[in-house]
Design a binder for this molecule. Structure first.
Ligand SMILES: C[S@@+](CC[C@H](N)C(=O)[O-])C[C@H]1O[C@@H](n2cnc3c(N)ncnc32)[C@H](O)[C@@H]1O
Length: 371
């Protein structure tokens, strides 16, 4: 699920010589067709190159590079027509993102950016790539800015009321419980006294595993994203909570569970980057496989807790009857359903293109048991 193919090698001419370097990008965009080093360029001229899929290798002042990227974004967004539906909007966003990822900076060995007034980005890059690079590579400035922002959030952490206000630290590439209304649903749902163990399927930052461990259960968390598993391990350790973690598609390799909790990707759509696999899942593949296979791994008198938003229904991507039907098809019944309303910023911003749907969104904890 996470792209591990070798990065494309890009070539360019500079000072009469040919240079090559790998192109790293956390997006799934196709590599540029050509690379042009520049120190000064207007946003209009830059856009002409970007539309031809020629990347600009920014050699000028770092802050002027940021200004160029901002000016390019402004121009592109001004020309944007209002999207008629969710899929058109996603397509539009992917096309724009491709353009924005074509302004590049060179990362020299040791994670150094040599542009004038460039900041020290070593810690931000170490968060994403682990060790310092030994050879130069090209990185979209857009991605670098994302890494720097993610690094700040990683350090700062997200306070979680259900963990007594303790912070969960989320690195780049891992789902953040920033909009945490669903956490209280899991923290307050009733536990049967005979339950001993719980599985957190798709553990992400480990936040639900931590809440369940704090409630006295013996927890195993799984994920397919290696970054999520290391983030979860670090969070559990700093909270002094115990849980086992496994790299697994859905369920742990062995055993049965008294309680299974799953907060799957909420929207049935194609992810455009690895980080989006936590949010978008074509045709709700993970959710449907989880529901179909979970009953066989659930102990008698156990429960499945499914965290789901109905945003997909308000966007016309899923019919309101479908989830109840999948639950029924799996041989499960709904024990109870508790709802909460998202408090996050986007739900309150009328300029967000999905505002109409977001303002009606409800997040629910579905408690399910064998029918
Ligand atoms: C919406 S996030 C939820 C993360 C965390 N449980 C939370 O509530 O904050 C979904 C998580 O499921 C993981 N995931 C997606 N498909 C998976 C699969 N087939 N098996 C295990 N984990 C998966 C993603 O990597 C991501 O970390």
């Amino acid at each position: 699920m996470h792209s591990d193919s070798a990065p494309s090698l890009l070539h360019w001419q500079e000072h009469g010589q040919t240079f090559s370097a790998p192109w790293l990008s956390e997006s799934r965009h196709a590599p540029p067709k050509a690379v042009l080093p520049v120190t000064h360029i207007s946003a209009a001229a830059a856009l002409q190159h970007l539309h031809q899929h020629t990347a600009l290798l920014w050699r000028g002042d770092y802050h002027q590079g940021k200004q160029l990227l901002a000016a390019v974004k402004k121009r592109v967004r001004q020309k944007r027509k209002a999207a008629a539906d969710f899929h058109t909007l996603r397509m539009q966003q992917a096309q724009q993102s491709r353009l924005f990822h074509l302004i590049l900076v060179e990362i020299l060995p040791g994670s150094v950016v040599n542009n004038r007034r460039a900041p020290d980005v070593r810690a931000a890059l170490a968060d994403v790539y682990g060790a310092d690079n030994e050879a130069p590579f090209l990185l979209p400035l857009q991605a670098l800015l994302g890494f720097i922002g993610a690094h700040e959030w990683h350090k700062k952490g997200v306070p979680v009321a259900a963990l007594g206000g303790a912070h969960i630290h989320v690195p780049f590439g891992v789902f953040s419980p920033l909009r945490g209304e669903y956490l209280d649903l899991v923290a307050h749902a009733p536990l049967a006294p005979h339950w001993r163990n719980a599985w957190d399927i798709g553990t992400g930052s480990g936040v639900l595993a931590a809440i369940l461990a704090q409630r006295g259960l013996n927890v195993t968390g799984t994920d397919t994203n290696p970054r999520a598993l290391s983030a979860a391990a670090a969070n559990l350790q700093s909270l002094h909570l115990n849980a086992q973690l496994q790299a697994a598609d859905l369920f742990p390799a062995e055993g049965m569970a008294d309680l299974m909790v799953c907060n799957p990707p909420w929207l049935p759509a194609q992810p455009t980057s690895d980080i989006e696999t936590a949010l978008y899942d074509p045709k709700h593949g993970m959710l449907r496989r989880f529901l179909a296979a979970a009953p066989a791994r659930l102990n008698a008198d156990g429960e499945i807790w499914l965290v789901m938003s109905d945003l997909a229904e308000h966007l016309g991507l899923r019919h309101a009857d479908e989830l109840p039907q999948w639950i029924c098809d799996a041989g499960l019944r709904v024990v109870a359903k508790t709802d909460t309303v998202p408090q996050h910023g986007k739900a309150q911003r009328p300029d967000d293109p999905l505002y109409a749907a977001r303002s009606r969104e409800t997040t629910s904890l579905w408690r399910l048991a064998a029918a």
